[in-house]
Ligand binder design. Sequence first.
Ligand code: PMP
Ligand code: GLU
Length: 397
Amino acid sequence: MHIAKRANQLEPSATLAASAKANALKAQGVDVLSLTVGEPDFITPENIQKAAIQAIQDGRASFYKPTAGIPELIEAIISRTQQDYGLTYQKDQVIVADGAKFILFNLFQAILNEGDEVIIPTPYWVSYGEQVKLAMGTPIFVEGKQTESFKVTVAQLEAARTPKTQAMILNSPSNPTGNIYSKEELTQIGNWAVAHNILIIADDIYGKLVYNDNVFTPIATISEAIRKQTIVVNGVSKSYSMTGWRIGYALGDETIIRAMVKIASQSISNATAVSQYAAVEALAGAQTKVEEMRQAFENRLNEIYPKIALLPGFTLEKPQGAFYFFPNVSAAMTMCGYSDVNDFVADLLTEAHVAVVTGIGFGAPEHIRLSYATDLATFEKALGRIETFIRSKKQTN
Ligand code: PMP
Ligand code: GLU
């Protein structure tokens, strides 16, 4: 069969591929502990479930909906953003879609011409670069060094800027590192973007998952000029444990939103109706479960971090948000005789039955990613297996 170049050249999602591999082994009866995919392990809160059931039963979920999103959800997004960010957006500055992933896909389609450049700090979430390429854009990767807590500076961004630079992605708290940019850092980056008319794509999806004394500042809140230069991307997947419902949204410049609505009208028509009604309850209803789940992640982080930091050949700072550990494992690999992280991760799966994601898809091949959106007992058992694996390899090599 004939397959288009764009599909042939596309990398599959590294996170979803790792998770599928772990699940395939599980289906064969292997006792695999999977720390791959980043999705909260909690059942969606009951009030949200009930709102969805109600919408199904009274017929509201049966029909097509406005492409930009149902009015109730647009209202709920505006009011949640008003409460959380202190910013007021108008209705024509909001679009809802099936997941923040599709929001980003649509956004790149809406803003990029062939050869337009998007600056992406590394390590980055696995889908950014591939989505830019699907829109015929060019990802320009700027290295966030581990010694700088994986954060990029304006000097680095300026060195990467060309006349073709259209946008930059800012994902704070970050998937995969869990690090958060400070207000001062964001001010510098935001002012630089404004000065050079570069769109800031602020992927704030982990904004509510911040731990210990760390603080998340949304870049759009720094100044009015920066807000105008920013498209905020968010969704209910992570904060409300609603990954399967597939609801994400964007807020920002109305001409960009209008272009995205046009693209959505010729692709998805509208985000799934029942999920939109559920998302209204998530955003507008009681927020107590959000804090309970955040607390559970924080407890896991505080419990696990000291142990993972002690694994032989692992180096990592304590993450500040999201729900991932992203250790540099180059020393562990050397110790065990590996030069390729793919081999290290493959043997970890087949021999120790622990599934993690290699750092390659995140642009950091000396790293692996372990998700602690996994219950504590499973994670601790996995750590034990990883340690045994490293020690056994160390002896035999
Ligand atoms: N951005 C980041 C950084 C993510 O980790 C994810 C996780 N899937 C998404 C966006 C997309 O989330 P969703 O499509 O589930 O809304
Ligand atoms: N964002 C999550 C992750 O990084 C979910 C999977 C995906 O969409 O990549 O694991």
